[in-house]
Design a protein around this ligand. Structure first.
Ligand code: BG6
Ligand code: BG6
Ligand code: GLC
Ligand code: GLC
Length: 917
């Protein structure tokens, strides 16, 4: 009995002595709570640094955005392939995520070796090897005939700009294949798979193993928002608020951040706790100076740390009676599994003896106790450090959510965590001590990270399918060069039709003679009134033209025309106009003045002279009754008479295109075309009199108002008109009319966009499938909004803000789609304009028999002026479709009022000349 007690006493004493000895020797590895709190605070600062746009480049903890935005919601389904590369084992898997609401995942997998010559050889060979394994797997599982989406778990730091791309920042752990760093892993693997012609695999997602782990666990526990790996390497990811991720646009919702915490300390932040053993281990590693935190923690390094310590202790005579075995000198001889075995609760000591003996040592009882304690200190330090960093993440989550207490789940994986007998318990305990205000559940990922990767892939494949639907819609608006050439040629035919007496009555492009026969010659002078009706603004102007100097002074006032007047009776409309003139004269102090007036009236009018214009039909937003078929000059005169306050001499009625051409022609004599890309769409140009069969005479030229907005009204554009164009047409004031205008001008582009958005929403591809009242409202997308949305300088957030102002509650993804839709619609408009204009300038070139034509086009209209890309695309298209014409575009700065006044001046001069004769 006494002997037993004595033995026990002896052993306890021995144990105490050994532990004390080791503790003394490794005191630097034992971290106090205070130190851990300090490390936790440092890691919090590191995270902040990694998230900041300006600070990220120099941050050692990279905080990589993963483009994984949500945890699984159970709606994921389908069959996926998965690769899991970078941990201790390389696996290929098939994952079946089942439908019908039941959370059910089935996996079949196959392990493949990763020989050193492959993972440290040539990058191309590494990817070929991976492709070979995948091909082998598919063959054995009879999957070759299927097109399957693939999720790639790739457990290295990758910079992502989207889910299906990842540029390797640096190899870590055991890998070091050449020529891979700085390149996109997904495309390398895709390329490598090309050699297998019968494999149809689409890599839809690249995820880090931490992300895969988090997603795997989140599939079972929706509280899971952190993923931690303590295996060959160590790392963590967590869900961060988008508003804190400065490297990714958008501030809505959350995105998973791969912290790459293994690199914590690479900038020297942990020097105070690193020991000589850490330094020595680092120097002998594949990546010296890198992953310093990882090297104090993870499975690849723990055994080695123990070996280095034992060696040093033996050298110092503290172990094995000062004897060292040669095996103890060999790098990698002690592995993490040994450390785990030595720390086993009951068999630990026996295991230690066996392991040391295998190393060629002859350990005493005391040695075994000491070595076991060395292991404990090393693995305890590992758990402590992990706990400190994890505590920092949990605190961040809690603060992001502004909670007093956080309830959360951490998904865990990695061999060290899984096989070490004490590790999980220690880690959990320390975490709970460091963050007492978090209720943390640790959930072991039983099925590795692939299940989670499949979830991410499932979401990506749904997004891809949606993307395809969106692309299908946008493709309807893409015109090929052949189509554009076809449109140019059709326009040319229509121009000829409208000019010919026989075909004119049926022509849809009306080619209206304007009786404007020459450009201003600079001798014009006098004071004129001008009206400018039909564009965005109604204006009354006073224009003073000074002869000789080609200078003009203008005063104008903008008036609004209320909708009920635009669409009321003709009398009301003209009375309103006269009221505005009266106000203007009053305002200018010109009451009673009898001035010649030029009337810019931007609607199709049949003219028999410069001062007569019968409105053929209203276009755009006007629909006043009793005007069509009437002479608008007469209507204006009668309204003036009705008011009986002043008299005006209405000398000319001009279309806005003509006014624009004149405005520009005053400065550039080459200007023979006037183009409006505004509320409406139209063009005028100088035509040879001999071609104008409707007007007597063959000499000289006359301006023709083409009214090309009606192009296509005979169905000749039906092959490119989309269902959206038809819907816009049907909802317009003049269904069936002005089809080209409705595909090109400001008043309708926004409407086309709105129709597309409604359709995409119906298909569940936008605005969470909800069609709001605002979206049902006609006219919300004015040209100015389209122009703003498409501005390149605008960040996504600003686009979202504009949409919000329009009453559309959009996510950032929605905003991207809306911007694309706007882009497709406005591009088509600009190209159609270009095709139309090419027809005209080509006609002019041919008619004059020129090899090359130099011509200036005067342009006006809010679409042309405000839109960021419209003018460029229009110009490029003209160049492409009329290569022999050198077209200069001249923006009309002063509007068409000036041109109208100039026309009036010329007409007045001719009038007087006639009278004098
Ligand atoms: C596995 C995961 O379970 O754990 C891998 O499927 C991950 O994706 C690995 O890389 C990490 O642990 P270890 O110990 O294999 O590096
Ligand atoms: C103005 C002209 O500058 O542009 C008007 O003065 C013309 O005559 C108008 O109708 C066209 O653009 P919008 O965009 O106002 O229809
Ligand atoms: C290394 C890798 C990291 C990975 C971790 C665990 O730290 O850099 O991406 O998550 O190992 O496998
Ligand atoms: C409409 C009108 C046309 C005008 C154009 C631009 O197409 O019919 O006359 O020039 O809009 O305002």
């Amino acid at each position: 009995m006494f002997a037993v007690h004595l033995m026990a006493f002896y052993f306890t004493k021995l144990k105490e002595d050994q532990i004390k000895k080791v503790d003394r020797f490794l005191y630097h590895m034992r971290l106090s709570d205070e130190t851990l709190l300090d490390i936790m605070a440092r890691f919090q600062a590191e995270m902040q640094k990694g998230l900041g746009k300006d600070t990220n480049p120099t941050a050692s903890v990279k905080m990589l955005p993963t483009f994984v935005r949500a945890i699984p919601d159970g709606s994921e389904n389908g069959e996926f392939l998965s690769l899991d590369l970078g941990g201790s084992k390389f696996r290929v898997l098939k994952v079946q995520v089942s439908e019908e609401g039941k959370r059910n995942v089935q996996m079949e997998s196959q392990f493949y070796p990763t020989p050193n010559e492959i993972i440290r050889g040539n990058g191309t060979e590494l990817f070929e090897y991976v492709a070979d394994c995948l091909a082998d797997f598919m063959k054995t599982k009879e999957l070759t005939q299927k097109k399957l989406p693939l999720g790639l778990t790739f457990s290295f730091p990758c910079k992502q700009t989207k889910l299906e791309e990842g540029v390797l920042l640096s190899w870590t752990k055991k890998f070091k294949a050449r020529g891979v760093q700085g390149t996109d892993v997904v495309s390398s693997l895709t390329n490598a798979m090309r050699k297998y012609k019968d494999l149809d695999v689409d890599i839809l997602a690249l995820v880090n193993d931490t992300v895969g782990t988090m997603m795997t666990c989140a599939y079972d526990d929706p509280y899971c928002e952190v993923g931690v790996i303590i295996g060959t390497g160590t790392n963590a990811c967590y869900m961060e608020d988008m508003s804190n991720i400065e490297l990714v646009e958008g501030d809505e919702g959350r995105m998973c951040i791969n912290t790459e915490w293994g690199a914590f300390g690479d900038d020297g932040a942990l020097e105070d706790i690193r020991t000589e053993f850490d330094q020595e281990l680092d120097l002998g590693s594949l990546n010296p100076g890198k992953q310093l935190f990882e090297k104090m923690i993870s499975g690849l390094y723990l055994g080695e740390l123990v070996r280095l310590i034992l060696l040093k202790m033996a050298k110092a005579g503290l172990l094995f009676g000062g004897e060292k075995s040669s095996a103890l000198h060999i790098k990698g001889k002690i592995e993490t599994r040994h450390v785990a075995a030595m720390e086993k609760y009951k068999e630990g000591l026996a295991n230690t003896r066996e392991i040391l003996t295998d190393l060629g040592l002859e350990p005493s009882e005391a040695d075994c106790v000491a070595v076991q304690h060395v292991c404990t200190i090393v693995s305890f330090r590992s758990a402590n450090l992990c706990a400190a960093a994890l505590a920092a993440i949990l605190t961040r989550l809690r603060e992001n959510k502004k909670l007093v207490r956080l309830r959360t789940t951490v998904g865990m994986d990695g061999t060290l965590y899984k096989i070490h007998p004490q590790y999980p318990k220690r880690l959990h305990k320390v975490v709970r001590k460091l963050v007492p205000n978090c209720d943390v559940r640790f959930l072991l990922s039983e099925s590795g990270s692939t299940k989670g990767a499949a979830m991410v892939t499932a979401v990506a494949s749904r997004v891809q399918a949606q993307r395809k639907q969106i692309d299908k819609v946008l493709a309807l608006f893409r015109l090929t060069r052949e189509q554009l050439v076809g449109i140019r040629d059709k326009m040319r035919v229509e121009l000829e039709y409208g000019l010919k007496r026989d075909t004119h009555p049926l022509a849809t492009v009306k080619m209206l003679p304007t009786y404007v026969c020459g450009m201003p010659d600079g001798t014009e002078k006098g004071k004129f009134l001008a009206l400018d009706l039909g564009g965005t603004n109604f204006r009354v102007l006073l224009v003073k033209i000074r002869s000789g100097r080609r200078s003009v002074r203008m005063y104008n006032k903008i008036f609004t025309i209320p909708l009920e007047i635009m669409q009321g009776t003709g009398e009301e409309l003209f009375d309103h106009i006269v009221q505005c003139i009266a106000d203007f004269l009053d305002y200018m102090g010109l009451k009673g003045a009898q001035l010649p007036l030029g009337f810019t009236f931007s609607f199709p009018c049949r003219q028999a002279s410069i001062d007569k214009g019968t409105l053929i039909e209203w276009t755009k937003g006007f629909k006043a009754t009793d005007c069509e078929g009437e002479d608008v000059v007469d209507m204006l005169r009668e309204a003036i008479k009705r008011r009986n306050e002043f008299d005006l001499d209405i000398v000319a009625v001009v279309n806005d295109t003509v006014g624009t051409m004149m405005t520009c022609g005053y400065e550039d004599r080459n200007c023979e075309v006037g183009l409006i890309a505004g509320t409406g769409s139209n063009m005028c140009y100088m035509e040879e009199m001999r071609n104008i069969e409707l007007v007597e005479g063959d000499e000289g030229k006359m301006c023709i108002n083409t009214e090309w907005g009606g192009f296509g009204d005979n169905g000749c554009l039906d092959d490119i008109r989309t269902q959206y164009d038809k819907e816009v047409d049907e909802g317009s004031l003049n269904p069936g009319k002005q089809r080209y205008e409705k595909m090109t001008s400001g008043m309708y582009l926004g409407e086309i966009v709105r129709q597309i958005l409604i359709d995409l929403t119906k298909q569940g591809l936008l605005f969470r499938g909800r069609i709001s009242e605002r979206l049902r409202t006609r006219g919300i997308f004015e040209t100015k909004f389209l122009s703003q949305i498409e501005s390149d300088r605008l960040a996504l957030l600003q686009v979202r803000k504009i949409l919000q102002q329009l009453g559309l509650d959009s996510t950032c993804e929605d905003s991207i789609v809306v911007k694309e839709v706007c882009g497709a619609v406005s591009r088509r408009a600009a190209e159609l304009y270009g095709a139309g204009l090419a027809a005209v300038v080509e006609k002019r070139r041919e008619d004059q028999g020129f090899e090359h034509l130099k011509i200036t086009v005067g342009v006006d209209g809010t679409l042309y002026k405000l839109h960021p890309h419209f003018s460029r695309i229009l110009q490029e298209t003209v160049k492409e479709l009329a290569p022999r014409c050198d077209v200069t575009f001249m923006l009309s700065e002063d509007g068409s009022g000036k041109g109208a006044a100039l026309i009036t001046a010329v007409a007045k001069r001719l009038q007087q000349a006639r009278r004098e004769n």
